[in-house]
Ligand binder design. Structure first.
Ligand code: AMP
Length: 279
């Protein structure tokens, strides 16, 4: 397994590979769990060569967010990727990707409004820009993203469409713990008590789904039901609960069966967790 820090070295390596093989990129921020590894396994099925990038991208973190404390267990990440037979891991440093005088950004307009976009100003500008850069450097045929970060997936799909980038974007399903909690690198922040409280996100979404299936489609009513499931524990605070069209991300007042993304963000203690479900 080659671990490459330099964008130029990686580009040289890739230009050789690309003559005869297809390439899939899996961008990550590391602290790899089974969710990330599912993307790698899917990538292996879709292309000859898989490149995984590990980079905690500073420009997608807000000033009060967890950039400094974000877990960076590089050694164990590399061991996991080696075990899966990943041939190339890209591990750039901030200086390798951002010039001191960096001034070029990708701004995807409509789909970044609302949901996490409203709560994390500048987040999707950072995401779209780093993904664009990683795509330019690695020049893959395919790139794989998780539906866990649903708005991110739609943002990238929109950028690819709007900027005529000839790369296929694949969305992979959310991988959950046995008890339903969506896997996330941020789950490591949770205390035992918070880990139990965090189950309420998925429980709430499942109750919302069941309620919809029984015929209640009003988003306002579903929001109250979600709020009830989250409850009034002092360590739980809903950041948002929203229903959006699964493709356009347009806000919905009534659930459209088969076409609706139900998404939430909830603070569990100081940790902000997100989850979603398609109804
Ligand atoms: P991150 O390291 O959090 O930036 O995530 C890297 C990629 O893994 C993104 O495309 C995420 O959507 C995806 N991902 C994170 N958690 C999960 C999960 N539980 N299931 C599936 N994909 C995930």
């Amino acid at each position: 397994m080659k671990v490459i820090k330099s964008p130029t070295k990686l580009q040289n390596e890739i230009s050789k590979i690309r003559k005869s093989k297809t390439i899939a990129l899996v961008p990550t921020m590391g602290a790899l769990h089974e969710g990330h590894l599912s993307l790698v396994k899917l990538a292996k099925k879709k292309a000859d060569v898989v490149i995984v990038s590990i980079f905690v991208n500073p420009t997608q973190f807000g000033p009060k967010e967890d950039l400094n404390t974000y877990p960076r267990p590089l050694k164990s990440d590399l061991a996991k990727l080696k075990k899966l037979g990943v041939p190339i891991v890209f591990t750039p440093q901030k200086e390798d990707l951002y010039n001191k005088d960096h001034q070029s950004w990708i701004h995807v307009e409509k789909v970044t409004k609302g949901l996490c976009g409203a709560k994390r100003p500048g987040h999707f500008r950072g995401v779209a820009t780093i993904v664009f850069k990683l795509l330019m450097i690695t020049n893959p045929h395919i790139a794989i993203f998780g539906c866990k970060d649903y708005q991110q997936l739609v943002t990238i799909q929109t950028m690819i469409r709007d900027l005529n980038i000839p790369i296929k974007i694949i969305g992979a399903p959310i991988v959950r713990e046995k008890d339903g909690l969506a896997m996330s690198s941020r789950n490591t922040y949770l205390s035992i008590e918070e880990r139990t409280l965090a189950l309420r996100l998925n429980q709430g979404l499942k109750i919302v789904k069941r309620t919809c299936q029984q015929g209640t489609l009003s988003v306002k009513t579903l929001g109250s039901i979600f709020q009830k499931t989250i409850g009034s524990h002092k360590k739980l605070k809903i950041d948002y609960f929203e229903c959006r069209h699964k493709k356009s991300l347009e806000e919905l007042k009534m659930v459209k069966p088969g076409e609706t993304l139900v998404a939430c963000a909830v603070f569990v203690g100081k940790t902000r967790l997100i989850d979603n479900i398609i109804i």
